[in-house]
Design a protein around this ligand. Structure first.
Ligand code: NAD
Length: 379
């Protein structure tokens, strides 16, 4: 019977948990036993007794045996190296492991002899949609970014006709129309804003327009950035310069900019420069969801709001953690969808020929399978 452990998350600011009482029940029905560290669900509103009621064992966070005996550890972010060193050889770690150029994780996986699935690397194929944790969390970030912007803005979002006169709707520019961007478009539209969207993948134009926003066509250039697996590839410096030029006038008239543009494993493209910020009106708001990847906007700081000559720059790196109950519920369901086919005949069975597993299995029993991601410089 595979033993699952759900630990307390120890990364600073992390409020989510990798399993809810509902998903614990699912894992028990797959023939697993489940241990949950006491207090692990407190910050997301899932109390110890609700896990116990579903049949989980509660263990103390200091209980080393629970780590030593676990066949499977489900986390949101990577546990500390010290915690990983307690795991047994051949056990499987699953979570958002930040695998890109992660030497410390690589060392733990090889030294301890662990298997690990990094959810960031799950292929974007239809079959993987229910397990897609990047999407479930990006959706929340996109929604929350607009709520933050609307409460920081010095204006209304909707157009209002009042006895004191008519108020024009807020003008929102959204950079990047992936999962977070499209949810930001939908949320801003629901609040009544006029929304403009820039993305370098022409395929998203139709999606943007179907949500009632206006698409800003990417600059016409010969070296257009390519696409692979649904993701944008890195744009050239010349392309980004042309794009900034194009966006400068849009931003000068904007009340809000929501930045979601990213290229997996790379620094986020710089789309708003200091000069462009100089042209934004005092009272305008920029929320940068790409801030942890270097930021789409000059001057944004992770987790902070910077006042730049009256323009508020909000570093929105951890927005899913501000909606921890639903963020955990969706994340936990992603893990059930991913692991149900892996938990077969009372054991953890990793079919390395399966495209879905092969994409995100970064290590198998301590043998690295995605060195290209963990230490790209070494290739
Ligand atoms: P992401 O977070 O990597 O990037 C966000 C957006 O930024 C993307 O739309 C990208 O094109 C855009 N971008 C990159 N450089 C830019 C620039 N210079 N200017 C403006 N925009 C720029 O992407 P994501 O949200 O994780 O997903 C991207 C796409 O993957 C989705 O839109 C969808 O098509 C696909 N997807 C597929 C599945 C599935 O089939 N399982 C699941 C989720 C997403």
């Amino acid at each position: 019977m595979p033993r699952l452990l759900i630990p307390v998350e120890t990364s600073p600011g992390e409020t989510r948990i990798a399993a809810t009482p509902d998903t614990v029940k699912k894992f028990l029905s797959f023939g697993c036993s489940v241990s949950v560290e006491r207090g692990a669900g407190m910050a997301s509103g899932y109390l110890d007794h609700s896990y116990e009621d579903q049949g989980a064992d509660l263990v103390s966070a200091a209980d080393l045996d629970a780590w030593r005996e676990a066949d499977l550890v489900l986390c949101v972010q990577t546990p500390t190296s010290e915690a990983l060193s307690r795991m047994k050889r051949g056990a499987l770690l699953v979570g958002l492991l930040s695998p890109y150029s992660n030497e410390s994780l690589k060392n733990s996986l090889t030294t301890v002899g662990l298997s690990a699935m990094a959810l960031e690397l799950l292929p974007r194929i239809s079959r993987a949609q229910s397990a897609d944790a990047l999407s479930s969390q990006a959706n929340i970030a996109g929604y929350k970014s607009v709520l933050l912007a609307s409460s920081a803005l010095d204006r209304y979002f909707p157009m209002l006709m009042t006895a004191a006169g008519t108020v024009q709707p807020a003008r929102v520019v959204i950079l990047g129309a992936g999962v977070a961007g499209l949810q930001a478009v939908a949320t801003a539209r629901r609040l009544g804003a006029v929304v403009y969207v820039s993305d370098i993948r022409p395929a998203v134009k139709e999606q943007v327009e179907s949500l009632g926003a206006r698409f800003i066509d990417p600059p016409e250039m010969d070296d257009k950035p390519a696409e692979s697996g649904g993701y944008a590839k890195q744009a050239s410096d010349a392309f980004l310069a042309a794009q900034r030029q194009q966006l400068s006038d849009q931003l000068a008239e904007a009340d809000v900019a929501i930045c979601t543009a990213q290229v997996p494993g790379r620094r986020a493209p710089r789309l708003i420069s200091e000069d462009m910020l100089d042209r934004m009106r005092p009272g305008a708001v920029v929320v940068d969801l790409a801030v942890a990847q270097g930021g789409n906007c000059a001057g944004t700081v992770p987790g902070e709001t910077v006042d730049r000559n009256g323009v508020k720059l909000i570093g929105g790196n951890d927005l899913p953690c501000t909606v921890p109950n639903h963020a955990s519920a969706l994340y936990a369901r992603n893990l059930v969808a991913l692991l149900e086919p892996v938990l077969k005949e009372g054991a953890v069975q990793l079919d390395t020929e399966d495209e879905l597993i092969a994409g995100c299995l970064i290590s198998h029993d301590g043998n690295l399978r995605r060195s290209d991601v963990l230490s790209p410089g070494a290739n």
